[in-house]
Write a protein that binds this ligand. Structure first.
Ligand code: SME
Length: 152
């Protein structure tokens, strides 16, 4: 099996486990906390794993695992806001080359942001993962993190 196939298998197991775990409550905070913990501890290339939620127009930190993060992100700047505004996943191979990137921790080098949608197709937050490695995320991460985001 190739590295990508191994990664996809691991995501598949995480996805299935989360599906099972998330039958216990409809509470979004509990669901985000469960997803962040599971992903962070099963994925060696994840350095920061968590959620930013739109609260009164501000992207405010939600449940996460990893080093201390910014609590509120400067408006309309950075990778998370780009995901909200474009309403699509943003994959950043090198955060130092992304205009406006908000460095909550200088050790992060690449990042992926996946929007979360409500039933009316409005974005209510994002799943954000940072890695210390450059170019750590691929189409495999995009595909599976989008599926995982839908479980929240
Ligand atoms: N880098 C993000 C901010 C959040 S941290 O990565 C945890 C951004 O540019 O929006």
């Amino acid at each position: 099996m190739t590295d990508k196939e191994h990664l996809a298998k691991r995501y598949e197991r995480i996805h299935n486990q989360l599906q099972e775990l998330l039958t216990k409550t409809e509470n979004k905070v509990a669901r985000m906390a469960t997803a962040a913990a599971l992903l962070h501890h099963k994925m060696p290339h994840f350095f920061w794993t968590g959620f930013y939620i739109l609260v009164e127009g501000e992207l405010t930190v939600g449940p996460y695992q990893g080093p201390l993060a910014c609590q509120v992100l400067e408006k309309k700047k950075g990778v998370c806001w780009t995901g909200v505004e474009r309403k699509e996943t943003v994959l950043v191979p090198d955060v130092h080359k992304f205009p406006g990137h908000i460095a909550c921790d200088s050790r992060s080098n690449s990042e992926i942001v996946v929007p979360l949608y409500n039933p009316d197709d409005q974005v209510w937050g994002v799943l954000d993962v940072d890695s210390r490695k450059l170019n750590a995320f691929s189409e495999v991460d995009r595909d599976w993190l989008e599926r995982i985001a839908k479980l929240i």
